[in-house]
Structure formats: structure tokens, C-alpha cells
Design a binder for this molecule. Structure first.
Ligand code: GDP
Ligand code: MG
Ligand code: ZN
Length: 308
């Protein structure tokens, strides 16, 4: 769609809150929540998009999108799936206990980083004891990732979370994490009346049951900062990154970049190359072994995707 067509008379802009097949809920500039239909064929609309719409006979028709920025996407079976658009802040949520999986966290952090989405790691269920995850948290802080340890059950550290949400540069906040980490519980605390369903942990897997299947957006408001949109993503078990260029992956592992300056080869991939300062740092324990494992896993995934 051309610029000219975007600005024809009668075109209105609205923030997409929910999408279900060809139906959307929009937040209009007046702050009202309205339902409408996606009129343009093949328009890939996701939560957070700014939709161009027309109103006819009291009904809303979406016929275009403003080009989005900071779109969180993941690869799934060779396709790139847009998850949410125009995200200003991503909370990667994890929890003390069996749901704490650094490889999954790394993937989400990198997915955000390649799109330039600022992210904060939230370690929920702090009430269960922080000593269980202290080494992982320390490792993330050491490489410059902000970590907030909170308890959605008791509301601890929510001032910190809300301070980030209320930042003047933030309009759209997204919550992302595997199911069972407490995303819905966090949301219900931030948005009273959100009524997000919370699930019990399944005894079989120790993971939460999938209780949300579509991203859903909620309106957060505070007396000081006004309104924000909070997107609750369904719990993704596999955050595919095969669309990400390999160079970007190695660049996203900040500590590899730092240690990599000591590698013999300037374009060292830190695999089998001789005199690799990154592998040496892993052997010494200066780089966490699980960070190296997630690096290798992501590179393998990209390699395999190319072979199709
Ligand atoms: N101990 C503890 N349990 C929590 C906390 N937050 C959530 N839970 C529990 O963890 C389970 C999964 O929570 P839910 O919000 O449904 O997770 P979601 O799948 O990520 O949306 C539920 O049984 C919650 O009651 C917390 O801060 N501490
Ligand atoms: Mg949930
Ligand atoms: Zn190297």
C-alpha cells in the first residue's frame, strides 16, 4: 500500500488489541475499544499493530497497517510468524523451579534483541527461594541483562516492574515465557479485572497447562503515567530463531563478543577453530557452559533450516 493510499480521507488509525481470524479489537484514538473486520485480504495483523481502518454504517473495516517496528517474530516449521508488533519493552518471564530454562530464555532475549526490543528478565516465584536460581541470575546480570526477582503471588518487587511499564518511552509492553511461569498471575496483578485464567502445574511435566492460545492485550493504567497496552503472549515452548542471520546470533551473546577479541581468527565462529578465546573461557568457567550450549543449539537450528 502506498503512502498516498494510507492517507486518504476517512482513514483512521487504531492500535490492534486482539485478533481472531478476520476479527479484530482496536483501541481508537479516542481511547475506546471497538470491534471490526479485516477487510483487506492477506493482511497479517497481530496484536500491537497500528491498523488503518474505515468506519461505514457504524462498522469498522481494517484495510491496511502502518509499517511496524520492533516486531517480535519466531520461526515455526520454516515459516516466520509475527507474534506482536511495535513492542517497546519485553518482559521475558521465568520462574524459580523446574520452569527455569536458560536455553529458552536466551532464545527469547535474542528474538527481542535482533528486533531492537529492550528486554528485562523477570524471575517470578521468588517466594519459593532465590538460592535455587542464584547462579543463573548472577550470570545474566554479569552479561548486562537486567533481572527483576518478584513474586506475583505476594506482589513483591512489583514497584520495579511498574516503574519500567510507566516509563514515558513505553506504550506497548509484552509478557513472554513458557506456560506455568506465572504470566497470567502477573497480568492479573498489573491489570485488576484482567481475569486472565491461571493454571495449575501439570504433575506429569512440571510445566503449566496451555491456558492461553492467542496473544491478548490488556489496558494498564496508572494515575501518574496514564495508559499502556500489555500483551500477554501464549506460552511458547519453542521460540524458533532460524530466520536470524548467524552473525547476529554471535553478536547477541555479549560475553562472546568481549572474549572473542582474543580469538586467533577475527571471524572465529568459536566452533572448531584453533586458539579460540571463547572456548577457552568456557573451559575456565568464565563463560557459562549453558550459554555456549544455547549458542551452538541456535547455530545448528539456523544451519538445518538452510538445508531445506
Ligand atoms: N509460589 C508461587 N506460585 C505462583 C506465583 N505466580 C504464579 N504462581 C502459580 O503458578 C501457576 C501458573 O501460573 P499462571 O499465572 O497460570 O502461569 P502462566 O501459564 O505463565 O500464565 C499457578 O498455579 C499460579 O498460582 C508466585 O509468585 N509464587
Ligand atoms: Mg497464562
Ligand atoms: Zn573463537
Amino acid at each position: 500500500m502506498t503512502k498516498h493510499k494510507n492517507s486518504i480521507a476517512g482513514q483512521l488509525h487504531g492500535r490492534v488489541l486482539d485478533v481472531s481470524r478476520r476479527y479484530v479489537t482496536l483501541l481508537t484514538p479516542a481511547g475506546a475499544s471497538r470491534s471490526g473486520t479485516i477487510a483487506a485480504k492477506a493482511l497479517d495483523v497481530v496484536t500491537g499493530d497500528i491498523a488503518l481502518y474505515e468506519e461505514r454504517d457504524g462498522k469498522i473495516f481494517v484495510n491496511g497497517l502502518v509499517p511496524s517496528e520492533r516486531t517480535l517474530s519466531r520461526s515455526y516449521r520454516g515459516n516466520l510468524k509475527r507474534m506482536g508488533a511495535n513492542i517497546d519493552l519485553l518482559f521475558v518471564i521465568t520462574a524459580v523451579g523446574s520452569t527455569l530454562n536458560p536455553v529458552v530464555i536466551d532464545r527469547m532475549l535474542i528474538g527481542a534483541r535482533v528486533q531492537g526490543i529492550p528486554s528485562v528478565l523477570v524471575l517470578n516465584k521468588a517466594d519459593l527461594g532465590l538460592e535455587l536460581s542464584a547462579s543463573v541470575v548472577a550470570a545474566y546480570r554479569k552479561i548486562g541483562i537486567e533481572v527483576i526477582e518478584c513474586s506475583a503471588k505476594f506482589g513483591s518487587a512489583f514497584e520495579e516492574i511498574e516503574k519500567r511499564i510507566q516509563s514515558p518511552s513505553v506504550n506497548v509492553v509484552a509478557l513472554c515465557g513458557v506456560s506455568g511461569v506465572g504470566k497470567s498471575t502477573i497480568l492479573n496483578r498489573l491489570v485488576p479485572g484482567a481475569g486472565a485464567k491461571t493454571g495449575e502445574l501439570s504433575e506429569k511435566t512440571g510445566q503449566g497447562r496451555q491456558t492461553t492460545s492467542q496473544p491478548r492485550a490488556f489496558l494498564y493504567s496508572s494515575a501518574q503515567a496514564g495508559q499502556r497496552v500489555i500483551i500477554d503472549f501464549p506460552g511458547v515452548q519453542f521460540f524458533g530463531l532460524s530466520h536470524v542471520p548467524k552473525e547476529v546470533v554471535s553478536g547477541a551473546f555479549e560475553e562472546f563478543v568481549r572474549y572473542g577479541q582474543g580469538c586467533r581468527f577475527i571471524n572465529c565462529r568459536h566452533l572448531q577453530e584453533p586458539s579460540c578465546a571463547v572456548r577457552e573461557a568456557v573451559d575456565r568457567g568464565d563463560i557459562e557452559g549453558w550459554r555456549y550450549d544455547s549458542y551452538i543449539q541456535i547455530l545448528n537450528e539456523i544451519e538445518e533450516a538452510r538445508e531445506y
